[in-house]
Design a protein around this ligand. Structure first.
Ligand code: AHR
Ligand code: AHR
Length: 481
């Protein structure tokens, strides 16, 4: 049985079931998600390999070979048509044209389930999915439950990495108008013990960790690589539960009455569904989503415990983050452009500016050093890499406003994430494409000889689709200095 079969048996059926990694009903053979590729804008659907099985990642890999892909639709497996698509502007605008949010890269969150490759939904700040016309989701004070499997190591303090029930208008309509799982280190409203990240409930105008509207020490910091996060709520009762999604059982972090602050008892839920954003389309947060469901009715702890056992049996594990020629940590490299007419130019720096320059064996020693980089283990994820300047020790290539800069490592989480890149097989068939770990739709790209973290089509001039594959493909060679 899958998670939604278990919820059905418990009398609290799924009314939304979303996953890019697997079927959530044992008999489900339908669509899991849709991807759209950059080369020609064509779309395809990814389904389970077999009834109740893992997503057919091979379909995605062949469809997206030699180009980029975005996740355009996350289908609802419950039969209610509660699909998630690109979130529209609301109280806040997203970064895409017309204020829409960004779509997630299809390759940002590789995993395996029982040894079989699949991809999760890697939400960078600015990315969000929504359904403002969902059917069957709890409204008013009606009871519901929900869980999500997340990456407990991918989070930030922005508002708000959520999955669950929100406003149908994409605007803040007041206390109690949401009931969603939140995960991260935001402390504007509530918090738990330690320094986070925490699983909390976003009930609108507040992230709640228990009965107190601020700190509740019973809500622990949790950072399992695979995290089961669970919220449920009904008339004057709600609970937060969590677990390692790869082993063990659920713990209850809170179980009790609604917050005493006015507006949350009774609740005024509206029944839209959000992923990766706040109720008012706040887009500052990041996180990774693998699967999640929402139920009708308040699930029993026993039902949820069985769901957790099913998640553990799915055997989530880390997938390979890299492809193409290997970059050896500790080696010194040069990075040569491959676009015709530019393929004698190398990534170099002039102070903090990162550009491409003509470099050869007869160049000055200074220029040779400016175009030489030491490969380091990725500062935010050791499965990927960072590039330290040969002539400015302690300074690394990082993106800032999606343009590369050479900056000294200030030790912050932001810096480490901005400076981590995952080498992929070059999109034009040559060398490597260097995919940003924190914004996996973005790659090292030269544009007017300046290097950016560019997406294939986007609002910046440097996101131009023309010659994208060539501009993001680099031959990694021995360093000049
Ligand atoms: O409740 C926290 C956030 O506050 C909500 O997600 C958002 O709608 C509002 O800004
Ligand atoms: O490059 C995009 C973002 O811009 C970086 O993550 C951040 O450091 C800056 O605000």
């Amino acid at each position: 049985a899958g998670p939604c079969d278990i919820y059905s048996s418990g009398g609290t059926p799924c009314v939304a079931a979303h996953s890019t990694t697997r079927a959530l009903y044992s008999a489900y053979t339908g669509s899991l998600y849709q991807v759209k590729r950059g080369s020609d804008g064509a779309t395809t659907i990814i389904a389970p390999v077999s009834a109740g099985g893992v997503a057919n990642a091979a379909t995605q890999d062949s469809f997206c070979a030699g180009t980029t892909c975005l996740i355009t639709i996350i289908y609802d497996q419950s039969g209610r048509g509660n699909h998630l698509t690109q979130a529209p502007p609301g109280g806040f605008k997203g970064p895409e044209s017309n204020g829409y949010d960004n779509l997630a890269s299809a390759t940002g969150a590789p995993v395996t389930l029982n040894g079989k490759k699949a991809y999760g939904v890697f939400i960078s700040p600015g990315t969000g999915y929504r359904n403002n016309a969902a059917s069957g989701i709890a409204k008013g004070d009606a009871a519901e439950g929900m869980y999500a499997v997340l990456d407990g190591t991918h989070y930030n303090s922005g508002c708000c990495f959520d999955y669950g029930n929100a406003e149908t208008s994409s605007t803040d309509t007041g206390n109690g108008h949401m009931e969603a799982i939140y995960f991260g280190t935001n402390t504007v409203w509530g918090s738990g013990s330690g320094s986070g990240p925490w699983v909390m409930a976003d009930l609108e105008n507040g992230l709640f960790s228990g009965s107190n509207s601020k700190n509740n020490a019973g809500d622990p910091s949790v950072s399992y690589r695979f995290l089961t996060a669970l919220i449920k709520g009904g008339p004057n009762k709600w609970a937060i539960r969590g677990a390692n999604a790869a082993s063990g059982s659920l713990s209850t972090y809170y179980n009790g009455a609604r917050p005493s602050v006015s507006g949350y008892n009774p609740m005024s839920k509206e029944g839209a569904i959000i992923l990766g954003i706040g109720g008012d389309n706040s887009v500052g947060a990041q996180g990774t989503f693998y699967e999640g469901v929402m139920t009708s009715g308040y699930p029993s702890d026993a039902t949820e415990n069985s769901v957790q056992a099913d998640i553990v049996a799915a055997k989530y594990a880390v997938g390979s983050q890299t492809s193409g020629p290997a970059l050896t940590v500790g080696s010194s490299v040069s990075l040569r452009a491959t676009t015709s007419g530019f393929n004698t130019r190398y990534i170099a720096h002039s102070g903090s500016t990162v550009n491409t320059q003509e470099v050869s064996s007869s160049s000055s020693t200074a220029l040779k050093q400016q175009a030489s980089w030491t490969v380091r283990a990725g500062l935010a994820n050791s499965a990927c890499v960072s590039f330290e300047s040969k002539d400015t020790a302690g300074s690394y290539l990082r993106h800032y406003d999606f343009t590369l800069q050479l900056n000294s490592n200030d030790g912050s989480k932001q810096f480490r994430e901005d400076a981590t890149f995952c080498p992929q097989a070059g999109l034009n068939g040559q060398g490597n494409s260097l995919q940003s770990w924190s914004y996996p739709t973005r790659y090292f790209r030269h544009y007017s000889n300046v290097v950016h973290a560019a997406s294939n089509g986007g609002v910046h001039t440097f996101d131009a689709t023309s010659s994208f594959n060539d501009d993001v493909s680099w031959v990694v060679g021995a360093s000049f200095a």
